[in-house]
Design a protein around this ligand. Sequence first.
Ligand SMILES: Nc1ncnc2c1ncn2[C@@H]1O[C@H](COP(=O)(O)OP(=O)(O)OP(=O)(O)O)[C@@H](O)[C@H]1O
Length: 369
Amino acid sequence: MGIEDILMHDESLFQNINAFDPDYVPQDYNFRDTQMEAMAISIRPAMIGGQPSNAIVLGSPATGKTTAIRKVFELVEKSTEKVVCVYINCQLHTTRFGIFSQIYKKIFGHIPPETGVPFSRIYDQIMQNLQKNNKSLVIALDDVNYLFQSKTANKVFYDMLRAYEEYPGVKTAIFAILSDLEFKYAFDKNVNSVFIPQEINFPLYTYSEIEDILKNRAKAGFFPNVLPEDILEQIAMYTYENGDLRIGINLLKSCGNFAEASASREVTQEHFEQAIDSLVSINIRETLNSLNDMEKDLLKVISGWEGVCKAGELAEMYREKTNSSYASFNRTLDKLEFVRLIDTKFTGKGVRGNSREIILRFNPDEYLI
Ligand SMILES: Nc1ncnc2c1ncn2[C@@H]1O[C@H](COP(=O)(O)OP(=O)(O)OP(=O)(O)O)[C@@H](O)[C@H]1O
């Protein structure tokens, strides 16, 4: 059956539409060998009865951290039963109980009952099991900054890394993943003395790496000849400029959807432009949803501002409203700029950037803050 027949048959341009899903694990996973090797070096001692080492995994969103860790964990578990690897998303699991429940589930095959069982019992069962079976435990805490927000970071790190004191012979390590590069973490002393991580950096992809990754993804997702080379290049350039690979993967998918909707056999310039338009509004909405109350409050003040919005005047008004410090105002403003909801323009005047002009990057009438 040729491509024409296939298209006539099910009228789809997609060979595998799941290739664009967030949890799709690509077969070709290039450009991250160095980082995956560093992870393997950290875990390797545990495979021969030694102590695995801790790591901080740093990189902007969509630089491949989660995928790399999942791949390494899978390889480790394939080659030994001596190391238990658990991946935990800290946006979903923010409590000590929630996190150890995930570890418990990995070891015992089911989540512990949510009521009636104290944390200490679950913890004890996990550690006893590791001790008895002579297994090490390596956990990846993705978006670990959420544990600091919920004030559980110190407890969780302490429980994990000092387990050997109460359960001699138990070997544990943490891979802490951070995609908010601005985030400065600080632990208590008793955690600092046991959490001495090696740093594993995931740099932003270059243009040609992005193009290569997107080309492979398009190959896995579309039938041949659906995506012309020049559209791929435009998608790669847009992705590179926005610094987020997920945008490119989303764009591929929506280009395909727009092409299909207009019964076209290939993606055209018009479909690409439609895809860009739809993407911008989805992204802003998602970013707005992810803000905390303080960030939303500041953005509301900026949206309602009449005339030119200067940082100094904004700070005063915001601080009056919320009783917050200059430092927290600046942090919040930086965050809004970092997520690209605002731009700040230096005018060269004023102290400490007080005369910076704040410019909204979206139309506030179209979105609910
Ligand atoms: N080298 C690569 N090759 C192919 N696909 C990749 C590569 N790196 C990242 N991706 C894809 O980009 C998307 C984001 O990757 P991933 O979730 O691993 O990034 P991340 O750094 O953990 O992001 P975040 O910090 O936002 O959680 C996924 O769809 C993944 O498949």
